[in-house]
Design a protein around this ligand. Sequence first.
Ligand SMILES: *Cc1c(COP(=O)(O)O)cnc(C)c1O
Length: 376
Amino acid sequence: MRQKTALIHGGISVDPNTGALSVPISQASTFEQKKVGDFVYEYARTGNPTREALEALIRDVEGGHAGFAFASGMAAITTVMDLFETGDHLIVTDDVYGGTYRLFTKVLARRGIAVDFIDTSNERAVEEAIRPETKALFIETPTNPLLKITSIQRMSDLTQSNDLLLIVDNTFSTPYWQTPIAEGADLVVHSATKYLGGHSDVVAGLVVTANETLSEKIAFLQNSTGAVLAPNDSWLVQRGMKTLGIRMEAIEENAHAIVRFLQSHPSVGHVYYPGLTEHPKTDVHRKQSRGFGGMISFTVKDRKAAHRLVERVRYFTLAESLGAVESLISIPADMTHASIPRERRLELGIEDGLIRLSVGLEDALDLIEDLERALS
Ligand SMILES: *Cc1c(COP(=O)(O)O)cnc(C)c1O
């Protein structure tokens, strides 16, 4: 089954009891036992049929051993982090999602889990950061907002030879374009709030495991810490995922048109997009992904020009988040990455005049005209 088909027919796509083509929203919190211990479902934190349908779907499209649904992307990542304990050390991509950075520096640090933020697109730097206490490598590729690319396969070589876990946040590419487990990842995490849900109407997180040992550990943690996704929200994510293929194809087409426009505009400085031949790691990305996605970043002259632009656009909504049907625009330095000190931001390359676009499903010509008007 190819990805577009798997998104529709994968997992549990037909209700086994009624034949319904939309898996029912099962609100029950508890279930009757015929005899003590004789049940299909016991208690809804442990297992719920609507959530299970989504969990089976993400397992199938990521090509993993099991899927798990959580109340948010951060809840999914936090649960994966419960695999680690005091004294452990992790290596994390340096321009990782802001909420993940906060979790590592403000929450996990308190628990005595040490983290080094490393430019994981530089394999040598990762290798040098591995210590005896290192337990895992957590990467994003492409990254946010600079679209830096890390080779999943090269990271997998490193984690395998050093007995570490490789965790990939696949939110930006989605399994439609990129399947990290096939490249050697042990765990995949998602903010399903973004492309998978796709309609700006649900907050959700997913984890996919590569093998039975990890599945047992994550199932135990999911049930023990309890940040499960509610039945209604599970249904919304599954509904959203049915159209992921066609949405990602349309977003791709729009993104290419916008990148071409931005490159030709005199007020635009640098354009960041993994599909550009001048992107330093485009070859690595092309090897591990089937598409480039809808995230584009570019620079304008300064902070003032950036603010003028985002205030003038009509079809790009000024908002955090990404991956929706609506096109979104943001200024990372003043929004998603504001909590990172300016000096550190500049070190990472996040300039004050950097603009991030999440391309949606509108007509590309309207989006381009909108940017052109706002830039002039
Ligand atoms: C949004 C996001 C998260 C966090 O997900 P929530 O659903 O907002 O909790 C994690 N990683 C990436 C890459 C994200 O974009």
